[in-house]
Ligand binder design. Structure first.
Ligand code: WT7
Length: 658
């Protein structure tokens, strides 16, 4: 982005379907005009270190001040706020206890069956201290990795904050992943303990979790795990292994409600969170203490322009980065009231979300395009039954939002009065990177608009040169930022190669490649076009095609598999698998079912292919590479265009078409 594009931004206002911030909102907002945004953006661009140094001093509490803002002498390995000591659990809790915020509601939790629990900041602090002391009691200390495999219950957030409090990095594994997937993550992270629950409620059903942990730990597969802490949620019977398994309610209840937060070095690991890439097994994305704290704190404050009386609800699961950054850390660091919901809209209760908004007077609502599209499909008669006048701001995240869904969200859910923040970011970025600011940025349906101050985002060609207006290219970030991931757990080489060496500009600088395609319009607005690598985005969840392929070929009937995404009205992308079978195996309806459930067992239900096509052969180049471009076209019913001369056997294409 050019250093001064005020004029071009003004021209935005002449275009159609532009929604400028309301005068009322702008007049109260922290960042209250495009000029203010522009000034901050330019300041940060001019002198990154002064900008972030001042922000870190002002926004976070430090046990010891940092001596250096950024060390970028060994790119792509950044070190932020070195010399400083801080603790994110204390920034999320202790610092709110001095004044009236102590008795403010920190967390409202709504269970699937309708049970509600509330915690003030004081109460949440006590619970977190108890849990932290319990962790110490079972021998967990600074640096020990603790895995969480939890339903959406308050204990999930409490456990994360407790880990952070004693300096034990957490590794949250989404409760929808299978025992196999959990095992992989426990082994890779060398987890010392697992915190789980007997089970969790998901759409009218109780899903077992503890038994999956038992399965993951079976046959001494994870020797590093010494302890399992089990929250009672669904009351189903579970087996408890003496000396290894403890009930949360027994162990935590009697602990002291004081636990001094461990002073952590800025660059101490805060957590590892696994995410899918183009190749290999999921990568453990590493985030560290101070930079991540600052990033989630400030972005939350800017993007939602949070006020003292807001009731904020993000519908994500804590198993994903959105839950980490914008259910737990960002909101609590700002002293906000955050809502956590165990359930999901389901046929038996299609108005579940709107009921919650009405019931708790929610003012800010943050969800995913896939959910919005599903609501659209069932019509406005459902949301129209609820009073949602408390809402003042809407957010979306996870995948590109089509303008039609954006307009529906604005009109039907937001009553035409709430601005929408379309936030682009990733597990790797720690927090939001490109988003409107509600009091400053005119919005265009379908565009994530402008990069936040300090985010030097651009769209480039394969040489790293900026492309021209409206030309598609690779979405990159040219400068380091405090919330950036620091490395891939146990594999710094993979970190360097996947994100920083895909594009190497001729000047030798390091630029971060996000894996997305994008274009920038005449106003400098970003339009994200989706992944350009072998990652598919299914209902806002990232999956590597190779992971699904590996799961398929691990089935005895499968010889080869190739997986691609196909555009889908509801999910964004659907998973299509092309499968060739071992000799003597015949395609059948029951084999198809079997393969789908096999993938569910290997990875989790979200990875089950929507469609499986059996084929005698896959289209390959002479060097044996599967031509996914062809499969993508076939999967979405498009003409196979472009060069097919590199195909080894052209008859394969004809047979696939038939
Ligand atoms: C990928 C990151 C960030 C939290 C949820 C997903 C896609 C995310 C947007 C958006 C268009 C988006 C990108 C990105 N994505 N937000 N507002 N517009 N695409 O985190 O699992 O790490 O996935 O989600 O493709 O690379 P994640």
């Amino acid at each position: 982005m050019s250093s001064d594009n005020t004029n071009t931004i003004e021209s935005v206002l002449q275009e159609e379907r532009i929604f400028p911030p309301s005068v009322d909102l702008a007049s109260k907002a922290r960042i209250n005009s495009l000029d203010t945004y522009q000034r901050m953006f330019n300041e940060a661009n001019r002198d990154l270190e002064t900008f972030w140094g001042e922000a870190a001093r002002k926004e976070l509490q430090w046990f010891e001040p940092f001596s250096k803002v950024l060390d970028w002498t060994t790119p792509p390995f950044a070190r932020w706020f070195e010399g400083g000591k801080t603790n994110i659990s204390s920034n999320c809790l202790d610092r709110h206890l001095d004044g009236p915020r102590a008795d403010k509601t920190a967390l409202i939790w709504e269970g699937e069956p309708g049970d509600v629990r509330r915690f003030t900041y004081r109460e949440l602090h006590q619970e977190v201290c108890r849990a932290a002391n319990a962790l110490k009691a079972i021998g967990i200390g600074k640096g020990d990795l603790v895995a969480l495999y939890m339903p959406m219950v308050p204990e999930a957030a409490i456990a994360m904050l407790a880990c952070a409090r004693i300096g034990a990095p957490h590794s949250v594994v989404f409760g929808g992943f299978s025992a196999e997937a959990l095992r992989d993550r426990l082994i890779d992270g060398e987890a010392k303990a697992v915190i789980t629950a007997d089970g969790g409620f998901r759409k009218d059903k109780a899903i077992p979790l503890k038994s999956a942990v038992d399965q993951a730990l079976g046959e001494s597969a994870c020797p590093s795990v010494t302890t399992v802490l089990v929250v009672k949620r669904t009351n189903e019977s579970v087996s408890m292994e003496a000396g290894r398994d403890y009930w949360w309610h027994e162990l935590v209840a009697n602990q002291n409600t004081d636990c001094v937060a461990e002073p952590m070095d800025s660059e101490d690991r805060l957590f590892v969170l696994y995410t899918s890439g183009s190749t290999g097994k999921p990568k453990g994305v590493v985030h560290t203490t101070a930079g991540y704290n600052l990033w989630t704190h400030l972005t939350f404050q800017w993007i939602f322009d949070i006020r003292e009386d807001d009731v904020y609800w993000c519908t994500a699961d804590v198993g994903w980065i959105t839950g980490h950054s914008y259910i737990v850390y960002g909101p609590l660091s700002n002293g906000a009231t955050t809502v956590m919901y165990e359930g999901a809209p389901r046929p038996s209760n299609p108005g579940a979300f709107w009921e919650l908004i009405q019931k708790h007077g929610i003012t800010i609502f943050y969800t995913a395009p896939t959910a919005i599209r599903a609501f659209m499909k069932s019509g406005r008669s459902v949301p129209d039954n609820y009073d949602m006048t408390s809402l003042r701001l809407l957010g979306t995240v996870g995948e590109p939002i089509n303008p039609e869904a954006w307009m529906w969200y604005r009109e039907v859910i937001g009553g035409g009065r709430c601005p929408i923040v379309d936030t682009w970011w990733q597990t790797e970025t720690g927090g939001v990177m490109i988003s409107p600011l509600p009091g400053a940025t005119p919005t265009k349906p379908g565009s994530a608009t402008l990069p936040l101050p300090g985010v030097d985002a651009d769209v480039v060609d394969s040489e790293g040169n900026s492309v021209s207006v409206d030309e598609g290219g690779y979405l990159v970030v040219r400068k380091p930022w405090p919330g950036m991931m620091r490395t891939v757990h146990g594999n710094p080489k993979r970190f360097r190669e996947s994100y920083w060496e895909f594009l190497r500009p001729s000047d030798g600088s390091f630029i971060y490649f996000a894996g997305d395609g994008a274009r920038k319009d005449v106003d400098g607005y970003f339009w994200i076009m989706g992944r350009v690598d072998d990652v598919i985005n299914v209902s806002g969840h990232r999956l590597g095609t190779m992971e699904v392929e590996s799961a398929l070929v691990s089935h005895p009937a499968v010889s080869e598999a190739a997986v691609v995404g196909r555009p889908d009205d509801l999910k964004g992308e659907a998973i299509v698998a092309f499968v060739t079978l071992e000799n003597k195996r015949v395609a059948s309806e029951s084999l198809l079912k079997d393969l789908r459930s096999h993938v569910g067992q290997e990875i989790g239900p979200i990875a089950r292919p929507d469609e499986i096509r059996f084929s005698e052969a896959l289209p390959k180049t002479r060097s044996g590479k599967i031509m996914r471009r062809i499969l993508r076209a076939l999967a979405s019913g498009e003409e196979v265009s472009g060069d097919t001369s590199t195909l080894e056997d052209r008859s394969v294409l004809d047979r696939l078409r038939a």
